[in-house]
Design a binder for this molecule. Structure first.
Ligand SMILES: N[C@@H](Cc1c[nH]cn1)C(=O)NCC(=O)O
Length: 447
């Protein structure tokens, strides 16, 4: 039932690290472009003569394109190899940003952000698929976490540096330069990136529509893929919703903090994830048998954090907000355990597809939570205590589904062991695991 890695080494050579770094730089570009409207929002409103609803449409379009493209991206990356998909991603990202640079109407800008969103959607899963070929299982978690941390570099570049560029050279030169640099990076990826240590391009066989459906179904039938999906669903949405949308209004309107204090408090989310991700990745890579108990403990800590935040009488003090936000900031890093599960329980030619499925989880949860909170705020006249209860309900739902698939994934591992198959992680049997059921929970044979 285990995956068959392209590498059998216990640690990856320096060359693989350099190849991964080049691929991960594409993700840094993607996050820069993804988050660039954060500080350019007011300029965009003025340039295109639009209001806040039109601006929000940019974000909705982007998230929509991203979520819709995750499973196709996984399939494409298994079929054509990560190097080719990353090259196409850069072309979309660059063209989208160039189009935005010269756009003078809202309609053209919307098309530009859609094209850019397409490039963004192709990136993360491709980088992870490449990492799965270059790194052994015990290093994969660390590499995934480091990839996430490099995304934050793009995020940071899209804050103060971008603000200064927009205030100096202005909209067109800034976005034109960003787009052209991105397009130029296609040469670096084409020349430097190799899909596996042994081959430049690791493409799968030509596949008909029914082959693709079978590949998807097979990946979905693996309990480890489902467990990865629900882990990625449950862990990151609290962090995402706070950073992307409701963190600032909660602190300013709900808690009465000045906007400057609120912005500084939100920096905890970036710092926590950047530092916590690699630490968690390094530890879980060495002790993979502890990853699910750690996720469960983490979700309980998130539940407790929300309980404290939402039940505090009056304004929640900064001394309470910082530790609570630190806990929530680890949602992104913990969600990457979902990708490690996809990699461990699927054979290499299917890891892209499984990773795409897992990556949908967090984005579905984030979108649903953000929308429901907005609706509840409107319905209650701005009562954040009630609206943010959505987080607790979503957490309980995700935690329940995750527990169900955790038990099923464990049962599949014990059954595979009983059949004499190698398993990615040796688990200790507990009473709540029930008896071994030979022949049941049989994981699909590796393709
Ligand atoms: N959960 C994030 C990755 C991450 C790691 N550390 C913090 N965040 C994720 O799934 N990202 C996908 C993407 O395209 O950004």
């Amino acid at each position: 039932m285990s995956s068959r890695p392209a590498t059998t080494a216990t640690t990856a050579p320096l060359r693989s690290w350099l190849i991964w770094l080049t691929a991960a730089a594409v993700y840094t570009f993607a996050v820069f472009h993804r988050t660039s409207l954060g500080v350019a929002g007011l300029d965009a409103a003025e340039r295109f003569g639009v209001g806040s609803t039109a601006l929000a449409t940019f974000t909705v379009l982007q998230i929509g394109v991203y979520a819709a493209m995750q499973v196709p991206t996984g399939v494409l990356v298994d079929r054509f190899g990560p190097r080719r998909v990353l090259t196409v991603a850069l072309v979309f990202l660059g063209l989208g940003q160039v189009l935005l640079a010269v756009a003078h109407t809202y309609a053209v800008a919307l098309v530009a952000r859609g094209v850019l969103g397409l490039g963004d959607a192709l990136t993360f899963v491709s980088v992870l698929r490449l990492a799965a070929s270059h790194f052994p299982g015990r290093q994969y978690m660390l590499v995934t976490a480091l990839t996430g941390a490099l995304g934050f570099v793009g995020n940071l570049a899209a804050t103060l540096p971008l603000t200064l560029l927009l205030a100096g050279p202005g909209w067109t030169p800034t976005f034109l330069a960003a787009g052209l640099v991105t397009l130029a990076f296609t040469a670096v990826v084409t020349l430097r990136v190799r899909d596996t240590p042994a081959t430049r391009t690791a493409a799968g066989p030509a596949a008909s529509a029914s082959d693709v459906v079978t590949q998807l179904r097979t990946a979905l039938r693996v309990p480890g893929t489902r467990l990865g999906f629900w882990t990625h669903f449950s862990a990151p949405f609290s962090q995402n919703v706070m950073v992307l949308l409701w963190g600032l209004p909660f602190l300013v309107d709900g808690q009465g903090y000045p906007a400057t204090t609120a912005s500084s408090l939100l920096a905890v989310f970036v710092i926590g994830a950047m530092l916590g991700g690699p630490m968690l990745g390094g530890f879980v890579g060495r002790r993979p048998e502890l990853r699910m108990p750690l996720v469960v403990t983490y979700l309980v800590a998130v539940g407790l954090s929300w309980t404290v935040l939402l039940s505090w009488p009056g304004q929640v003090p900064v001394g309470v907000l910082i530790p609570a936000f630190t806990v929530l900031s680890l949602g992104g890093p913990f969600s990457t355990i979902g990708f490690a599960l996809a990699r461990d329980y699927n054979p290499l030619p299917r890891v892209g597809t499984a990773t795409g499925i897992v990556n949908v989880g967090g984005f579905v949860a984030t979108t649903v939570a953000a929308l429901v909170i907005g609706l509840l705020l409107e319905a209650t006249g701005g009562n954040y205590r009630v609206a943010l209860l959505t987080m607790v309900v979503m957490l309980a739902f995700g935690g329940w589904r995750m527990s169900v698939w955790w038990l099923r994934a464990r049962a599949a591992v014990f059954d595979a062991e009983a059949r004499g198959e190698t398993v990615p992680v040796r688990l200790r049997r507990h009473r709540w695991d029930g008896p071994v059921r030979h022949g049941l929970n049989r994981a699909p044979s590796p393709v």
